[in-house]
Design a protein around this ligand. Structure first.
Ligand SMILES: [Zn+2]
Length: 486
């Protein structure tokens, strides 16, 4: 993670290189991703290179999710990148839904292949084929497998982490004995995603069901968590699908039940990609750069010694000791570079989103204290050196709360209720965020709203619906949130 030395006095230039988030949101995003060394572009359109600092964030996200998957009984496995064309064509809605995005391999080893191979855009078909071989009896159920892998979906545009042709994700695939179990699994994973988004990524979300038109191709029901970005657009951040018996029928996933009757299994699939990483950057960042939630920050604390004056060796030794002690409780890094000024280091680590800075100078050392400066602002705090193992984690916890509360306040302030199509159109045009409405769920009503407002229905929540359908005036059944979306 070396970077060119900067001359003292160029701190202000440093920050100027990032466009203001509030004014040039899209440019800001690209600039911080590149400048914080999270990712870089690559000559193949749609592909990005994830650099070590960005990949460490992804690894921490993986760990947070994986821990939750294991705690709910899932295990990891790996399935191949290539999927025979014939697999793909077995589930009609699935093939139609994915056809425009699939990359095909038609030549290999200098020869035309007898059957084209899809580069997996998702693995329901490959895994369905294997589950049909593995599942024989009700005793083999449930099967609860997750896979961490890359997938490819042909894209014309590139935005690092948000829209890329190849991306990293996890895809869970489960098979169950009953429809109820599959539905419970799909809902359970939605709550796992919600918990991760809120507890680790500090992002409040709207969680619920996708409308029919937005379902995963081949699913009975799809669930989603939707986050609100600072430009007022929704970001689908994780989805969970109850596939019913659709894939089990297409792939012959059958089992002999305890009543000696052969039955099709019920399956689910669920996924979160590095898109959530992109969402996290957008939600928390500011004009000075990234702000990383402590749970996913590669360095939670950076120790910056003020190496001036006759006591500099004592200060450096004390900073090393502080770093060593803190290493037992948090992810900490000592910045003891001498070629740049403390001010330059402050700007650098702030731009990279490190949640907490610990400053230690000669006067602090004389008083046996250090100064904590949270990335979220709100004033520096002098704390005794003897209690750092307690005060630093406490400061990180309160910083997480501050990030979440700020994002929640933004979300709450950007949900507007609308009672008619005209109100929905006005709300979508006039302000950023979600428009909350009640509807009857009929496709005609959805199309009317979509056409006139330009917004799509993002999520149907469990809230009780009151009043008539915003479009037809008929009996409404559901609360639905509309937004423009990524
Ligand atoms: Zn209606």
């Amino acid at each position: 993670m070396s970077r060119p030395a900067a001359r003292p006095g160029d701190e202000r230039e440093f920050v100027k290189e990032i466009p203001a988030k509030s004014e040039h949101f899209s440019d800001w995003y690209t600039a911080v991703v590149l400048k914080a060394e999270l990712a870089d572009y690559y000559p193949v359109r749609g592909c990005i290179v994830v650099r070590p600092y960005g990949y460490t964030i992804w690894e921490l996200m993986q760990q947070g999710l994986d821990r939750r998957f294991k705690a709910t009984g899932h295990v990891n496995a790996y399935f191949p990148l290539f999927i025979p064309q014939s697999f793909f064509e077995r589930e009609k809605e699935h093939v139609e839904g994915f056809a425009p995005e699939v990359a095909w391999v038609t030549r290999g080893g200098g020869e035309e292949l007898s059957e084209p191979l899809a580069v997996r855009p998702t693995s329901e078909t490959a895994i369905g084929h294997m589950y049909a071989r593995w599942i024989r009896s009700y005793r083999d159920l449930p099967v609860l497998i997750n896979q961490w892998c890359n997938v490819v979906r042909w894209e014309k545009a590139t935005r690092p982490f948000l829209r890329t042709m190849e991306f990293l994700w996890q895809e869970g695939h489960t098979a169950h004995r009953t429809a109820e179990e599959a539905e419970a699994e799909a809902r359970q994973m939605l709550s796992v995603y919600r918990d991760f988004a809120e507890t680790d990524a500090a992002i409040p979300v709207l969680a619920g069901r996708k409308p029919e038109s937005e379902k995963f191709p081949g699913a009975e029901r799809s669930y989603t968590i939707e986050a609100l970005m600072p430009d007022g657009q929704a970001l689908q951040s994780g989805t969970s699908h109850n596939l019913g018996q659709n894939f089990a029928r297409a792939f012959d996933i059958k089992f002999l039940d305890s009543d000696n009757v052969e039955k099709h299994a019920y399956t689910t699939s669920w996924g979160v990609s590095w898109r959530l990483l992109g969402g996290m950057l957008m939600v928390h960042g500011d004009d000075r750069g990234l702000v990383l939630p402590p749970a996913v920050a590669p360095f939670q604390v950076v120790v910056v010694p003020i190496l001036t004056g006759p006591k500099r060796d004592d200060v450096l030794a004390a900073a090393r000791e502080v770093t060593r002690r803190l290493g037992a409780v948090v992810r900490v890094r000592l910045d003891d570079r001498v070629e740049v000024t403390p001010g330059w280091k402050y700007n650098d680590w702030e731009m990279r989103g490190v949640p907490l800075r610990l400053e230690l100078g000669p006067r602090d050392l004389a008083q046996q204290q250090a100064v904590l400066a949270p990335r979220t602002g709100g004033g520096k705090q002098a704390v005794p050196l003897s209690g750092l193992e307690q005060s630093v984690p406490a400061a990180l916890a309160s910083l997480h709360r501050a990030l979440f509360d700020q994002a929640k306040a933004y979300l709450d302030a950007h949900i507007v209720a609308a009672r008619s199509v005209a109100e929905i159109v006005e709300a979508v045009a006039g302000r950023r965020g979600f428009v909350r409405a009640v509807w009857c769920g009929a496709s005609a009503c959805e199309q009317t709203i979509r056409r006139q407002s330009g917004a799509s229905p993002r999520v149907i929540t469990d809230e009780a619906a009151e009043g008539p359908c915003a479009a037809c005036g008929g009996t409404s059944r559901e609360v639905v949130y509309f937004a423009r979306a990524y």
